[in-house]
Ligand binder design. Structure first.
Ligand SMILES: NC(=O)c1ccc[n+]([C@@H]2O[C@H](COP(=O)([O-])OP(=O)(O)OC[C@H]3O[C@@H](n4cnc5c(N)ncnc54)[C@H](OP(=O)(O)O)[C@@H]3O)[C@@H](O)[C@H]2O)c1
Length: 179
């Protein structure tokens, strides 16, 4: 926080569910939250069984779980689990790290709505109630990517994107990763 020159952080997450460590780390985050040093605490890359284990040892339920989420990896069980525990899901790699431009169905939807595949995917996230953090290093793209509030995907088109799921990860599997 000294390096960031901030007194309070908006949010602080545990990056990966390292077995044997995350419960202790969570206690440290709970303390920071109690001290008012962070406004929200959460986790990243936690699967349901890791969330259940953490919650059974915790005083505070994580406020957010940042997971890999895109048309080829929709993790429906984990997304549904948030509803019972009020854990906000946030999508990392929502644009499949640039690969969404290869998905034919998204190109067709983009044409139908007069938007880009990026807009279609961001809108699909928002309509599902999923926070999303699409990244670009280009200023004009950051502005253009946010142009998603002048159209709405139909229910059928939402389901069409849901059905693209292939359980295909771009990043490591949280049950089997190596630091
Ligand atoms: N919690 C975790 O374990 C975890 C893991 C990975 C990533 N993340 C975070 O998730 C965020 C996003 O994920 P990500 O960067 O991996 O993938 P992403 O947002 O799915 O994709 C980023 C890629 O899309 C390109 N892009 C963005 N807008 C575009 C546009 N309008 N037209 C064409 N290309 C476009 C970017 O290129 P340009 O930059 O050239 O525009 C970049 O190559 C980042 O903040 C990252 O730190 C978290």
């Amino acid at each position: 926080m000294e390096k960031l020159a901030l007194d309070v952080l908006d949010m602080y997450l545990i990056h990966w569910p390292v077995k044997g460590k995350y419960n202790e780390t969570w206690r440290a985050l709970e303390n920071l939250y109690a001290e008012g040093r962070v406004r929200a605490i959460g986790v990243s890359n936690f699967l349901q069984h890791q969330l259940e284990d953490l919650i059974s040892n915790a005083n505070i339920v994580p406020m957010l779980n940042q997971i890999e989420f895109h048309p080829y990896l929709t993790q429906p069980g984990l997304v549904e689990y948030r509803k019972h525990n009020k854990i906000q899901v946030q999508a990392w790699a929502p644009l499949m790290q640039g690969r969404i431009f290869e998905v034919e169905e998204l190109k067709i939807l983009a044409k139908k709505y007069g938007k880009s595949p990026v807009h279609i995917v961001i809108r699909w996230n928002l309509q599902k109630g999923i926070l999303t953090i699409p990244k670009s290093v280009k200023k004009h793209r950051i502005g253009d990517n946010a142009d998603v509030f002048d159209f709405e995907l139909s229910q059928d088109d939402m389901l069409l994107i849901d059905d693209l799921n292939k359980n295909e990860r771009l990043g490591p599997d949280p049950d089997n990763f190596d630091f």
